[in-house]
Design a protein around this ligand. Structure first.
Ligand code: ADP
Ligand code: MG
Length: 257
């Protein structure tokens, strides 16, 4: 089983340190949720894992399948089996959801075996149908042009379908800044629930407590001041819902400042 191992990660933006020694391991088959108040560095973690050039890693390591993830380009991370949910083209004129998915699958197959001839059309159709049925999606969706006039919920549907067909070992979903309405949250949650339990490991980064009413994480982590300060089971999310973050700030603010 693969795991994503983040060790002592320090990240700066414009010379200002945002992540200050973050440690986390996400195993295949488990759902981890990171929660934390605004400004603690949740999106910074997501963008760093995605390989965004503005985020400078000053210390620490990220390992996956024996590779130092921080040295890989974003598309190499994806071919290795890491799925980063915001790594999407904005809108590609003339490219349908189905074409986009087939290209992505073939790119991943060729990364594993350079001689791979690509997925055949009948095989791809079968896979797509199977995944769309699993996710309770209308088959017409695959014929739509990618992101062209998509609602927030449809963008999420495309992401989840991509996750289902690409079969990554670890998916990182940043639901922090996306302004999700409740329908879009449900699409993400239903998709994650349909896909986990198999080999998929998920790291959900979220500001919204309510997302965790739909996704049942195995582990919940609280982030504060650029580090993970508390880790526990689902009960930690319930505790946050009842108590908010004040107790966390009181306990750690002085030590993480
Ligand atoms: P969160 O997602 O937990 O709300 P962020 O990772 O977005 O937190 O931000 C963490 C800190 O980094 C905040 O203090 C924010 O102001 C700062 N920050 C985020 N992005 C930038 C940026 N592009 N330039 C400068 N500072 C930034
Ligand atoms: Mg954010």
């Amino acid at each position: 089983m693969s795991e994503l191992v983040i060790k002592n990660l320090h990240v700066s933006i414009d010379g200002k340190e945002i992540l200050k020694g973050l440690d986390l391991t996400v195993e295949q088959g488990k759902i981890h949720a990171i929660m934390g108040p605004n400004g603690t560095g949740k999106s910074t973690l997501a963008y760093t894992l995605m390989g965004h050039p503005s985020y400078e890693v000053t210390e620490g390591e990220v390992w996956f399948k024996g590779e130092n993830v921080l040295e890989l380009e974003a598309d190499e991370r994806s071919r290795l089996g890491l799925f980063l949910a915001f790594q999407y083209p904005v809108a590609i004129p003339g490219v349908t959801v189905a074409n986009f998915l087939r290209t992505a699958i073939n790119s991943r197959r060729r990364a594993e075996n350079p001689d791979d001839k690509g997925i055949s059309i009948p095989e791809f159709r079968k896979l797509l149908k199977e995944k769309m049925d699993l996710l309770k999606m209308d088959h017409n969706f695959a014929g739509r042009y990618l992101n062209d006039g998509f609602s927030g919920g449809e963008k999420k549907r495309a992401e989840i379908l991509q996750m289902a067909t690409l079969k990554p070992e670890i998916a990182i979903l940043d639901e922090t800044d996306s302004g999700l309405d409740i329908d879009a949250l449900r699409i993400v949650a239903d998709g994650v629930n349909a896909l986990t339990g198999s080999d998929l490991g998920v790291l959900v980064i979220t500001h919204y407590q309510r997302l965790l009413n739909y996704i049942k994480p195995d582990y919940v982590h609280i982030m504060l001041g650029g580090r993970i300060v508390e880790s526990g089971g689902p009960e930690l999310a319930l505790h946050l819902e009842e108590q908010g973050y004040d107790w966390v700030r009181e306990k750690y603010d002085e030590t993480v400042a």
